[in-house]
Design a protein around this ligand. Structure first.
Ligand code: F6R
Length: 246
């Protein structure tokens, strides 16, 4: 695992965007695995800026998002479909037929998940997966305690995740209790993974996930077994980690 320490959120986002630009430049038909949440927002803004400056072409890029709330349709402002349109897709020249997010409006969980696994397979797997990190160690919505071998599945969100995500909703009752998420197995099959972390509130889970025991109780700890992971964090998030300085 490589660890890159940025000064702050801005610097982390800039480095993450550059890694994505490099991926698209080297392979214009890359399949990108994308995350939502607060952390990648500035990274997406950088990508939009680079696209608008003429340095990036998304025409042949495909995207596969990690997750979506079960029961929210694409038009719902709290859905991850909406987030991706708002933060990235509506600002770049990506072909919507190449963008993929689990179908939250499909209430038949078995069908929604099987369809999504088929989409991932048809895309030929993920070249570069971007991940955020939950305070409880979740990646995607793979909550603590789940086996590492799952494909896309429906999860009951942990109370800590519902609490953390309540900030995006008018009140906590509105936060959906279930979500469809890409499984750890699919995440681990990505050729390259970049994990973005920022802020002091992530420092303890970063330490547990990347320097602690590999256990389903900390889902992100499985990433220690991946052959090509880059952790990009700011000084606050990495403050509990030992990093060799050159
Ligand atoms: C989002 C996702 C989640 C978030 C995680 C961190 O698609 O899958 O795992 O990456 O909850 O969220 P933030 O970035 O808001 O701290």
């Amino acid at each position: 695992m490589e660890i890159i320490c940025g000064r702050d959120y801005e610097h982390v986002s800039f480095k993450a965007a550059n890694a994505i630009v490099r991926q698209i430049t080297l392979k214009p038909d890359s399949v990108l695995g994308l995350a939502t949440g607060s952390t990648p927002i500035r990274t997406y803004e950088y990508l939009v800026e680079m696209y608008q400056d003429g340095g990036l072409n998304f025409a042949n890029v495909s995207t596969i998002n990690l997750d979506e709330y079960r029961g929210l349709c694409a038009e719902n402002k709290h859905s991850y479909h909406y987030y991706m349109e708002d933060k990235l897709f509506s600002h770049i020249n990506i072909d919507r037929k190449r963008t993929h997010i689990p179908d939250g409006a499909e209430l038949d969980a078995a069908k929604a998940c099987a369809d999504y696994d088929e989409i991932i397979r048809a895309c030929g797997g993920i070249d570069l997966q971007i991940l955020g990190l939950g305070h409880n160690g979740h990646i995607g919505f793979n909550e603590p305690g789940e086996v590492f071998t799952k494909g896309t599945h429906c999860v009951k969100l942990a109370q800590s995740t519902i609490d953390a995500n309540a900030r995006f909703f008018a009140n906590i009752e509105e936060v959906p209790k279930e979500a469809y998420t890409m499984g750890i197995q699919s995440i681990m099959q990505a050729k390259k993974i970049i994990v973005l972390v920022s802020g002091e509130d992530k420092k303890d889970i970063v330490k547990r996930a990347f320097f602690g025991a590999i256990t389903p109780e900390v889902p992100a700890s499985v990433l220690q077994l991946h052959q090509d992971v880059i952790l990009i964090g700011d000084e606050a998030a990495l403050s509990e980690c030992y990093i060799e300085k050159d």
